[in-house]
Ligand binder design. Sequence first.
Ligand SMILES: Nc1ncnc2c1ncn2[C@@H]1O[C@H](COP(=O)(O)OP(=O)(O)OP(=O)(O)O)[C@@H](O)[C@H]1O
Ligand SMILES: [Mg+2]
Length: 448
Amino acid sequence: MGAKRLLGAFLAIGGVPLVALGGLIVHADIAVWPGGVTFAATALSALAVAYIWLRDIDLLAETLRQAMANQGPALSSAAAAPRIPSVERIAHGIEQLARGLANRAGEIGVLLRANQAIIERLPDPLLVLAPDRAVLRANTAMRTAFRDEIPVLLRHPVLRSAISRAWTEKATQTVDLSLPVPVEREVQATIIYFDPPLADGGQALVILSDRTRERRVEAMRADFVANVSHELRTPLASVIGFIDTIRGPAADDPPAQTRFLGIMAEQADRMRRLIDDLLSLSRIELVEHELPSTRIDVAELVRGVAASFEPRLAERRTSLILDLAPGLPTVPADADQIAQVASNLIENAIKYGREAGQVTVSVSAARAGVVLVVNDDGPGMARVHLPRLTERFYRVDKARSRNAGGTGLGLAIVKHITNRHRGQLQIESEEGKGSRFSVWLPIGKVDG
Ligand SMILES: Nc1ncnc2c1ncn2[C@@H]1O[C@H](COP(=O)(O)OP(=O)(O)OP(=O)(O)O)[C@@H](O)[C@H]1O
Ligand SMILES: [Mg+2]
């Protein structure tokens, strides 16, 4: 408390009575000594009142300051309670007000946390954008689906222009996007614009809903019908032709009938295999954007698959060398699908490799992952075919593949399974020297 403020308060309280008393003493209306005592007593009491007044006001100001700083009641100290009753009541009122505010703030906090928990657990990826379009918040689904790629997502031209439209029109926008990485995904984005902004500064919500499955189902249905009708027509026409022959020209020729029935059985079997492969491909495509949830030991799995090829190896007099590195890490993978990859590659190596040749199958560690390599020393393929090998029904030598019972879907299946595992398929081949198919699978996050 400054001396200047004390002097000011003292003069405000005691100034007038002291000047009046002084005047009376000077003009001898009052005897000097009782007058002097009264003067001194008045001055002292004015000083005491001024001191208590200033001190209480300071205490009040301090109580307010603390209440504001704590966002709650002031830290009360018994040693410094205001002395003037009305000031004490004001201080008490401030304390109660602050306590009430603190309770309200607590309640608001609880509501806010409840809202945040709802947003966090929504199954659809969601972003909250600030007025400057920066990301304020991303929920768990968004962080899981896009990890570090949220800025990339926001730079998607279709999404970016929809966000701009939401800002200029101040209205909700809905757009369909195709996200190319890490796997192709069809997504519907809804941008909900808030005017005025939300209490936490959020100007808009961006909600993504995955439409991949629905779009895939539509596209697959169309593909499936086209492929099947095309690929089934040949064997079906052949079966119908033989039925006509058996009924007509060969009606009385049992040896010819037996021969034709054999061909018909082969054609029917071919149709069955085609349908099995197409269905298997459809099932893989349906889950292609979902990462597998189990972890497997690829080397062990490949050992089992390779063993199942013994009869085929003997038939073609092919020798198989298995080179499995010990102590490899597990990878997130679907065991049945990886077994199908190994099986399709080994089957091709035996089928298209040379008779009495050598097939090498190895599993080893590579670039934060595990790589399966199937190598053969067969005739190989010309470079032009390599980029197209994984297309459905693409065969280098149609007749040879058909004779070997191939449907042309084996490598398409391998490619889709590899994609689903976020892996990589590499095909190398040199005419006259052989082919080499490598499938790399990432180790992924070990703690899931
Ligand atoms: N190791 C290989 N050496 C030479 N050519 C190969 C090899 N693997 C595949 N090919 C060629 O690639 C084509 C496509 O292979 P893919 O496995 O997709 O079909 P397929 O073997 O004909 O039929 P499916 O595997 O469905 O029975 C084959 O027809 C063959 O011409
Ligand atoms: Mg094959």
